[in-house]
Design a protein around this ligand. Structure first.
Ligand code: PBG
Length: 325
């Protein structure tokens, strides 16, 4: 009969089994990474009010989080330290007994070969001014002086047993500087995850509470401008040339175009970070009953994967892995 379609894409959507068979993208626990906060001196886990369900762990409860993550089969954890004392240089970052290095040793002992223990390599959690680097006399973030600190931080993290360093500070040349420091120290085994396309974003809001950031102002002089797509790819290509083993785009959901472009251009794995504000938005809407929590979580992570992420850092990693296993 004329006027009716001869092409019917709905045919392949007609049953759950057909939909499952033709799905172009699948979620697997191994491609999920859980960010974990560990707070120095905490006697019990401390809830983060803007991230319901996420806590600052003690070094003791960290063990349980690692065990749960391993049991769920996720690919790794990314550790962030919350120190009791901060100073202008962020000295806790390079102290072998600083909270992040301490937590790394605990996590590595607990994880064994079950998952990859990764660490945030940035000074912002450790500085009293809250910036990702050290400041010059005029109060600006001093790129090259910061690289000196990052080199030391990398060695401390490698020594603590971190297998993949997450370079999130957005200093120019940080990948090359850290690679050189590690190789010179005989640690060519330690891999580098470059937060290459890291944008100055409002969606980091809840993270600031999570790490008790003391930042005044913003990070616009070093993180990327939300308007720029090409520049995100350029940063990733620079990091690949400097020796990054993995590159990342962050945040995820507002930057899926940058992620897709980076995935098309990159010869190394491309990851994405579904950040604290993305988590908080979905949790808040779900708590109001405005969206279906589980479906929204699955759809959001699937969208990030579909756009080109090989792996996703998400605060739902362990829970999501339990659903999709
Ligand atoms: C920097 C860092 C930040 C996040 C991860 N690493 C904060 C920032 O750059 O302002 C944010 C992660 C999130 O919001 O979930 N150490």
């Amino acid at each position: 009969m004329s006027g009716f379609p001869t092409v019917r894409p709905r045919r392949l959507r007609s049953t759950p089994a057909l939909r499952r068979l033709v799905a172009e993208t699948r979620l697997h626990p191994a491609e999920l990474v859980l960010p974990v906060f560990v707070r120095e001196g905490a006697g019990a886990p401390v809830p983060i009010s803007s991230m319901p369900g996420v806590v600052q762990h003690t070094t003791d409860t960290l063990k349980g989080a690692v065990a749960d993550a391993a049991a769920a089969g996720i690919g790794g954890i990314m550790l962030f330290g919350v120190p009791e004392h901060k100073d202008a240089e962020g000295s806790g970052a390079t102290d072998p007994d600083g909270i992040l290095n301490l937590a790394t040793r605990v996590a590595v002992a607990e994880a064994g070969d079950a998952l990859v223990v990764q660490t945030d390599l940035c000074l912002d959690e450790f500085t009293d001014h809250g910036h990702c680097g050290v400041l010059d006399a005029a109060g600006a973030v001093d790129n090259d002086a910061t690289l000196v600190r990052y080199r030391d931080m990398a060695l401390a993290q490698a020594e603590a047993g971190s297998q993949l360093l997450g370079l999130s500070g957005m200093m120019d040349g940080q990948v090359a500087a850290i690679r050189d420091a590690l190789d010179t120290a005989g640690r060519s085994d330690v891999a580098l995850l470059a937060y290459s396309g890291k944008y100055a974003s409002a969606f980091y809001g809840p993270f600031r509470e999570a790490v008790q950031s003391s930042l005044q102002g913003d990070r616009r002089t070093y993180q990327l401008d939300a308007a720029n797509r090409r520049e995100g790819v350029r940063e990733a290509m620079l990091d690949v040339a400097e020796g990054a083993d993995v590159v990342m785009v962050k945040p995820a959901m507002s930057y899926l175009d940058v992620l897709a472009d980076t995935a098309a251009a990159s010869p190394v794995p491309v990851w994405a970070y579904q950040v604290s504000g993305e988590y908080a938005m979905i949790e808040a809407a779900a708590a109001h009953g405005w969206i279906d929590r589980r479906r929204a979580i699955e759809e959001s992570v699937l969208g990030i994967r579909r756009a080109g992420a090989d792996a996703v850092l998400t605060y739902w990693a362990t829970e999501l892995a339990g659903w999709i296993r």
